[in-house]
Design a protein around this ligand. Structure first.
Ligand SMILES: Nc1nc2c(ncn2[C@@H]2O[C@H](COP(=O)(O)OP(=O)(O)OP(=O)(O)O)[C@@H](O)[C@H]2O)c(=O)[nH]1
Ligand SMILES: [Mg+2]
Length: 213
């Protein structure tokens, strides 16, 4: 039986009451092989594959995180980084409330490519989209090509969340999704978001769908 301690919310095992659930569409963008699929696999399943296959088209997964009394459900679109799929990207970032733009700290070109993705999102995605920059493969810092400080300064200047992550060791993977979840607006009654198609007519929606349980 549901617990009704505080306003009809559902009690979780740790005793906290969940009063609200919010759904947000999140898209991962970045050059091929930077680790987008690996970050999603780590976040959703707690796994890492040394020989992760290159993504074709896009993959869709969901994962829920808990922020105080709110359950934040991410609908995650893991896009293909190969350039030949670039034209598909707008279908995935349109209507997204959040994006993680990924580069590989060993690869300067991937950092330049990440900046191009950020510009494209700033021009063409929802105006209030929350963008995080992830410098992935932080476990390989010995062969680093992108300075932490340079990336941090770029992120600060462009209003992006920034973390160096490792899908391999799990460093900052949950943390980057949590930081995004904290930054997303959680107002109720922001309109229906029932569909999980990559792109609908929701281009101008700037917040996800939150409702009381
Ligand atoms: N050492 C290390 N290797 C990683 C990390 N993340 C991913 N890799 C490896 O990098 C390779 C590419 O990872 P993917 O997750 O397939 O990269 P992707 O960005 O999804 O690539 P596309 O699907 O082609 O766009 C794989 O061999 C992964 O095992 C990491 O944090 N550390
Ligand atoms: Mg992939």
């Amino acid at each position: 039986m549901a617990n009704n301690q505080r306003g009809g919310g559902i009690q979780r095992p740790n005793g906290a009451t969940q009063n609200k659930i919010c759904q947000f569409k999140l898209v991962l963008l970045g050059e091929s092989a930077v680790g987008k699929s690996s970050l999603v696999l780590r976040f959703v399943k707690g796994q890492f594959h040394e020989y992760q296959e290159s993504t074709i088209g896009a993959a869709f997964l969901t994962q829920t995180v808990h922020i105080e009394e709110t359950a934040v459900k991410f609908e995650i679109w893991d896009t293909a980084g190969q350039e030949r799929y670039h034209s598909l990207a707008p279908m995935y970032y349109r209507g997204a409330q959040a994006a993680i733009v990924v580069y590989d700290i060993q690869n300067q070109d991937s950092f330049v490519r990440a900046q191009t993705w950020v510009k494209e999102l700033q021009r063409q995605a929802s105006p209030n989209i929350v963008i995080a920059l992830a410098g992935n493969k932080a476990d390989l810092a010995a062969s680093r090509a992108v300075d932490y400080e340079e990336a941090k300064q770029y992120a600060d200047e462009n209003g992006l969340l920034f973390m160096e992550t490792s899908a391999k060791t799990a460093v900052n993977v949950n943390e980057i999704f949590l930081a995004i979840a904290k930054k997303l607006p959680k107002n109720e009654g922001t309109g229906p978001q029932q569909n999980i198609r990559p792109s609908g007519n929701e281009t101008n929606r700037t917040s996800g769908n939150c409702c009381s349980k």
